[in-house]
Design a protein around this ligand. Structure first.
Ligand SMILES: *Cc1c(COP(=O)(O)O)cnc(C)c1O
Length: 369
């Protein structure tokens, strides 16, 4: 086995860069004697809502719960349909399934990997209640067109913003581009906790209130349970860590953007390679830098042999996963999605990737075949 000298994602350096502030946040929470919800969580909620440009943030246990509770708060369930991308991480679908509704997959625009608004319109039925757009890899979905479709049909528009912290559409941040956005603060995301965490951002007062009740056993007042709720609360310890990291999100996203620009320039003339494409109205968060190559598996092996870590996002689309066998989909049902899943490869990317490391990745790709 070749040793991986350039990791796909450097998970340790964020702590090392911010060690003093992170350690101070840890001590502050430990010494407070308060470990569920409370002031630290509320402060993070206010700061992240302000960052996204919305009125509310509700801190939750993880990203899957965030999407699930949005649907619950809209009373979407049994007999309802929710349009989801065929091309996404399975969590987007699972949230719909957990709510009791049916995920209706729609193919992406091949150049951007994100929901195709015209195909969304064709998939709407009398049972459709919502459209869930995913900003996949941190590339914003075409929210302006999707908002028009949603408005025309009286549907809720939801963002799965789990990969899009700081991404913008026409200058407006992800999380403010729909009726409600679900966030993941999984450690590897652009804004990550030191464990599982998630949240919802929205301008809708009533929706925010319902999600606050749902996350805390269905109660507003302790032991008075209004509805059958859940336990999904953002821990103050994670909130405190993320209050530190949020201050650096813009700077770290700028580093990602510079690295993405360097990859795009250096790889532009490599034959058979498809590079990410951002429309003019979009400023991606560059959560992942995903290329496509017809011989993806051989390229991945080649890069591993050169000590370069890569990942595949994702090897199996949800409609072909064992988890969704009961829906009866087969190979060929979503050809654009399947082609992306067959050829996509994520290169090393993150705020702590050095340019000399990136240049070595580029050199190794150039040596392929
Ligand atoms: C990470 C992710 C999620 C789920 O987030 P968790 O916090 O891991 O539950 C949902 N959707 C997408 C697109 C993601 O990347």
């Amino acid at each position: 086995m070749t040793e991986i000298s350039i990791p796909f994602l450097d998970m340790r350096s964020p702590y090392e860069e911010l060690r003093d502030e992170m350690d101070a946040a840890y001590r502050r929470v430990m010494e407070s004697g308060w470990y569920i919800l409370g002031e630290e969580t509320e402060r993070f909620e206010q700061e992240f809502a302000r960052y996204c440009g919305v009125k509310h943030c509700i801190g939750l246990g993880n990203g899957l719960e965030a999407l699930h509770l949005i649907l619950r708060a809209y009373d979407i369930g049994e007999g309802d349909e929710v349009i989801v991308p065929a091309n996404t991480y399975i969590a987007s679908w699972l949230a719909v399934t957990y709510a009791g509704a049916k995920p209706v997959p729609v193919e992406p625009i091949e150049a951007t990997y994100n929901l195709d608004p015209s195909r969304v319109e064709s998939a709407i039925t009398p049972r459709t209640r919502a459209i869930m757009a995913v900003h996949l890899y941190g590339q914003p979905a075409d929210m302006d067109s999707l908002r028009e479709v949603a408005a025309r049909h009286g549907l809720s528009l939801i963002e799965d913003a789990a990969q899009a912290h700081g991404a913008t559409v026409n200058g407006r941040r992800a999380g403010s581009l729909s009726d409600a956005a679900g966030w993941s603060f999984y450690p590897g995301k652009n804004l990550g906790a030191m464990g599982d965490a998630g949240g919802v951002t929205t301008d809708d007062d009533q929706l925010a209130d319902r999600i606050r009740v749902l996350r805390n056993y269905g109660s507003r007042v302790k032991y008075h349970n209004e509805v059958k709720g859940f336990n999904s609360r953002l821990d103050p310890l994670h909130a405190a860590f993320m209050r530190v990291k949020l201050k650096y999100l813009e700077e770290w996203n700028a580093r990602r953007k510079a690295l993405a620009g360097r990859y795009l320039e250096a790889l532009a003339d490599v034959p058979d390679l498809i590079l990410p494409h951002a429309p003019r109205w979009a400023d991606p968060s560059w959560h992942l830098f995903v290329i496509r190559h017809p011989e993806r598996d051989a390229l991945q092996k080649h890069l591993t042999e050169h000590g370069i870590g890569t990942l595949i996002h994702y090897p199996i689309p949800p409609h072909l996963s064992d988890a969704y066998r009961e829906m009866g989909y087969k190979q060929g049902d979503f050809p654009i999605t399947e082609a992306i899943h067959r050829t996509a490869l994520s290169l090393p990317m993150g705020p702590h990737l050095r340019t000399d490391q990136l240049d070595r990745v580029v050199d190794a790709i150039r040596l392929f075949r």
